[in-house]
Design a binder for this molecule. Structure first.
Ligand code: NAG
Ligand code: ZN
Length: 472
């Protein structure tokens, strides 16, 4: 069997001459490792003697579901909701849980100075850049137990699946748990992956960042056992090329896969997010005493700007352009007081960066015009972040597609409109994402749900995908 497989494999991978000595060295053909590696080559369809590797891909979905349930109990709000905020006691316990599972899977565990966690399975050519996969476990207040979690626990299970099957990777495989994908505590989304991807602006900002209790990022990190010295932050940076590939398994967080009855979404691009903080300052005054012609109402300026955001987004005439005013606060916030200050936070996204930036420019022009018309001051118009979109790597798209085909799972190419750690990993590594369906597309709420079957399918596709990528 080894003989019949060897030739087509080498012709399909002509650039991979490094494989040759490995394979010929095992002429006796009894090494189950190499046999399984060939099973995982990703081109079994043309091979009549292809052994029954699908049955060797056994996902222990009962244990995985149990882990998902257990992890959800590390929460600051009662079940079924999950609230797990960066560096809180519950977050620290959840991290310990993840490290323990990584250890049980035989992975070598390392943490960087802000608590990104890495579990490595050394390949037989460990000097090559590793293939990595992972996601996050932090959860915004009153959210669910699948967002991010499926991509961390599922990645560890994918490693277990490969180990049970007898597979041995050529490149090392690494599971990553990213610190703080959600912006809950410090207002910075994808904090861990953003810093990993080498954001010097973020490194500087983190030294001054505080949460809403005025606890500094560094103090919070230290209380969780990280950031022991301030200078450590730049040690989180990874060089471009540290990984040969990064793949993230995630629930779709949208309704498409479920509605269409498709098991696997193959992400081709992640939309480009930007967020803006705006503040208006007016005069305020007594709600009865100040007559309408004499007002400079900062609240109405904010209301008008919120409507302008919607208008400018719709003007782009693309379904892919979206904009949201998710925060609108008035000061002093009393029924009998004209708002003297207002604060808005605007989120806008598109898969086309120029089109999105055009919307941002129009929002700025509207903010200036509204301030002038109402006699209020536009005291702040600050870009909190303005990230480019990311395209998935062709080779990873192909690997996910062929894994899905091989497993007979329906799949479709799609865009991720939510963003993920993958957006930032794309800056230092070829990137790809695997989506699985979730109930009605619900996410960031307790009703979030993905079925065991869909999770198991996602883990199998992930296992085959990283196995294939580890060979290149
Ligand atoms: C926040 O903490 C810093 C340093 O401890 C202190 O100087 C500052 O006054 C505090 N700010 C507020 C709003 O409490
Ligand atoms: Zn997520």
């Amino acid at each position: 069997m080894i003989k019949t497989l060897r030739f087509p494999l080498l012709t399909l991978l002509p650039f991979c001459f490094c494989c040759f000595p490995e394979i010929t060295a095992l002429k006796d053909g009894e090494d189950p490792t190499i046999k399984t590696m060939e099973d995982f080559s990703g081109y079994p369809i043309h091979e009549p003697h292809f052994p029954n590797a699908v049955s060797s891909l056994s996902v222990d979905i009962h244990s995985l579901q149990k882990q998902i349930d257990e992890l959800s109990t590390f929460s600051d709000t009662p079940a079924p909701s999950v609230t797990r905020i960066l560096y809180s006691d519950k977050d620290v316990l959840a991290r310990r849980y993840i490290k323990n599972l990584m250890g049980l899977a035989g992975l070598t565990v390392r943490e960087d100075s802000i608590g990104n966690i890495f579990g490595r399975w050394d390949g037989y050519e460990p000097e090559l850049a590793a293939v990595s996969t992972g996601s996050h476990i932090d959860a915004i207040p009153y959210s669910g137990k699948y967002d991010g979690i499926v991509g961390v626990l599922g990645a560890i299970e994918a490693i277990n699946v490969l180990k049970r099957s007898g597979f041995k990777p050529k490149r090392s495989l690494e599971v990553i748990m990213f610190t703080s994908e959600e912006p809950t505590r410090f207002g910075i989304s994808c904090l861990g992956s953003r810093l990993m991807a080498g954001s010097e602006a973020l490194e500087k900002a983190l030294k001054k960042t505080v949460d809403n209790q005025n606890i500094s990022f560094l103090d919070a990190a230290r209380s969780a056992g990280y950031a022991k010295v301030e200078e450590d932050l730049s040690s989180v940076f990874l060089k471009k090329g540290s990984y040969s590939a990064f793949v993230e398994l995630h629930i779709e967080q949208g309704p498409i896969l479920e509605e269409e009855g498709i098991s696997i979404g193959v992400v081709t691009a992640i939309a480009a997010p930007a967020s803006i903080k705006v503040e208006f300052e007016g005069n305020g005054g007594h709600a009865g005493a100040v007559l309408m012609p004499n007002r400079h109402d900062a609240g109405l300026a904010a209301a008008e700007l919120a409507l302008a955001v919607e208008k400018h987004v719709l003007e782009s005439q693309s379904i892919d352009t979206v904009g949201t005013v998710g925060i609108l606060e008035l000061h002093p916030g009393a029924i009998n007081s004209i708002p003297s200050k207002s604060h808005l936070e605007i989120d806008t996204r598109d898969i086309d960066e120029n089109r999105r930036n055009n919307v941002i420019e129009k929002i700025l022009q509207s903010a200036l015009a509204i301030a002038e018309k109402r006699g209020v001051k536009l005291s702040e118009f600050k870009m909190l972040n303005q990230d480019p979109p990311a395209l998935s790597d062709e080779s990873i798209i192909n690997a996910v597609e062929s894994a899905s085909q091989y497993l007979n799972l329906g799949h479709k190419l799609m865009i991720s409109r939510a963003y993920h750690d993958s957006l930032f990993m794309a800056r230092i590594s070829p990137m790809g994402m695997i989506f699985i369906p979730c109930y009605k597309g619900f996410s960031h709420k307790p009703e979030e749900f993905a079925s065991k079957e869909d999770i198991a399918n996602g883990v199998k596709v992930l296992a085959l995908t990283v196995a294939k990528l580890s060979r290149y």
